[in-house]
Design a protein around this ligand. Structure first.
Ligand code: IFM
Length: 460
């Protein structure tokens, strides 16, 4: 295949999230989060695993930053645990919690790695969860207060601030299907949470700007929704419905001034949207500087009156939509591999919502890698050629989008380390660096060395 070069200053990096890697769940004043509670609830997470220790990154961050530097990363996206900063979600700031991020940011800057902060990657303080979590409007207000506290401590050294990671998951998986914390199964609650998450983004973005933040954004996991049959009108209608519930319900208020009429009409059949108050949409639509895109696989749908729909994750699609099973070869998550979906998605967003620079804030794949003595590739070796193929395909797809005019600023691989994959626990390995959870030994996989080479050549 031909050689591809990325634009100068293309930001190469990796991403993680607090609950998935930090561990130290009870240290230095951290309060409990809804994921501590959820992971302790029998049957919710594979083998009852929790983030109590995870990758012990809280204590091993210096080693991890050294590894990032060795790989040549220019940027590192991490999330701040709200329960470390405000153990109860409101009230006094816990300086010891912020001390950790202070040390992490300094270590990154010393190595010339740009920190990219995510303020919320799903670990809501339990106290706020007890008061209704994201179904309670007050949570959005508290989120802005927490964002202000984090910025006050780190804003002198962190340029890029993103508010939420994948509010689709927080709302629909947390309150609709219940496979994520807090584990509710209530369509009305899911739609209410969508709005309060967006409101939280708007309030936090406004607060960050007022405090002087230069680059403010949000990360979504928009879906590349495709029809089973390109020529079917029923399938096109199914695409429109699913696209509305997954994509436009977030993208339109953020980037086009307000909720789409068809989506409001759909959700009104489930809940009266009285939670949308005067002024909310204007606040949510305030300009952002960056839109983070997380992409893993496309979504294929067909319009069918007997379709089972997407369950709680797509409220109101039963009896209208069939979600097609993914076509192999699949990753260890059971996800399909279709890099062209990334090109389509980036182009679509750039066309429909022009003017916002895009950053791939997550892309990667889980495969059942083994390291150490039981490695089939030899002691200490992880020859993850399937992951390299996945990453290479998606980088080519990202490059294609750039060549078609998309303003794509960078690529952050998910993930730096194997980590706690939410309801799947530790059995799904997304890292380019293998983690032995017994010894906490880190072993760069072949994909890490391959990525190092890509970064040094600024291409492939
Ligand atoms: O691990 C998650 C991450 O927390 C959010 N985006 C998708 C990843 C893989 O499932």
């Amino acid at each position: 295949m031909s050689e591809l070069r990325f634009p100068d200053n293309f930001l190469w990096g990796a991403a993680t999230a607090a609950y998935q890697i930090e561990g130290a769940a009870r240290e230095d004043g951290r309060g409990p989060s809804i994921w501590d509670t959820f992971s302790r609830t029998p049957g919710k997470v594979h083998q009852g695993q929790t983030g109590d220790v995870a990758c012990d990154h809280y204590h091993r961050y210096a080693e991890d930053v050294a590894l990032m530097a060795e790989l040549g990363l220019r940027a590192y996206r991490f999330s701040i645990a709200w329960p470390r900063v405000q153990p109860d979600g409101t009230g006094p700031v816990n300086p010891r919690g912020l001390d950790f991020y202070d040390r992490l940011v300094d270590a990154l800057l010393e190595r010339g790695i740009d920190p990219i902060v995510t303020l919320y990657h799903w670990d809501l303080p339990q106290t706020l969860g007890d008061r209704g979590g994201w179904t309670n409007r007050e949570t959005a207000e508290h989120f802005a207060t927490y964002a202000t506290a984090a910025y006050a401590r780190l804003g002198d050294r962190v340029d890029v601030w993103t508010t939420l990671n994948e509010p689709w998951c927080s709302a629909y998986l947390g309150y609709g299907s219940g496979v994520h914390a807090p584990g509710e199964q209530d369509a009305a609650a899911a739609f209410t949470a969508v709005h309060h998450l967006l409101l939280g983004h708007g309030l936090a973005a406004r607060a960050l700007r007022a405090a002087g933040a230069r680059t403010v954004g949000i990360t979504l996991n928009p879906a590349d929704v495709r029809p089973a049959d390109e020529s079917s009108a029923a399938d096109a209608a199914a695409v429109r419905l699913v696209d509305g519930l997954h994509n436009r319900i977030f993208l339109d208020p953020l980037l086009a001034g307000g909720y789409p009429e068809d989506v409001l009409e759909h959700l009104s059949r489930i809940v009266e949207p009285t939670f949308v108050r005067d002024g909310d949409e204007k606040l949510i639509a305030a300009p952002i500087d960056l839109l983070g895109i997380n992409y893993y696989q496309p979504t294929y749908v067909a319009g069918r009156p007997d379709g089972g729909g997407g369950g709680g994750a797509y409220p109101g699609t039963d009896g209208a939509v069939e979600f097609l099973p993914p076509v192999g070869p699949l990753t260890d998550m059971g996800w399909m591999v279709e890099p062209a979906g990334l090109t389509r998605l980036l182009e679509r967003i750039a066309t429909d919502y022009p003017g916002v620079p895009l950053l791939i804030t997550e892309n990667g794949a889980a495969y059942p890698d083994k390291a150490g003595a039981d490695s089939p590739d030899g002691p200490g070796q992880v020859a993850d050629t399937d992951r390299i193929a996945y990453l290479e395909g998606h980088l080519r797809a990202a490059h294609e989008a750039i060549s078609r005019g998309v303003d794509l600023r960078g690529y952050l691989v998910w993930s730096l380390l194997d980590n706690f994959e939410w309801a799947e626990g530790y059995r799904r390995r997304f890292g380019i660096v293998h983690v032995n959870y017994l010894t906490q030994r880190r072993t760069p996989k072949a994909s890490a060395r391959w990525y190092q080479e890509v970064i040094s050549r600024n291409g492939l």
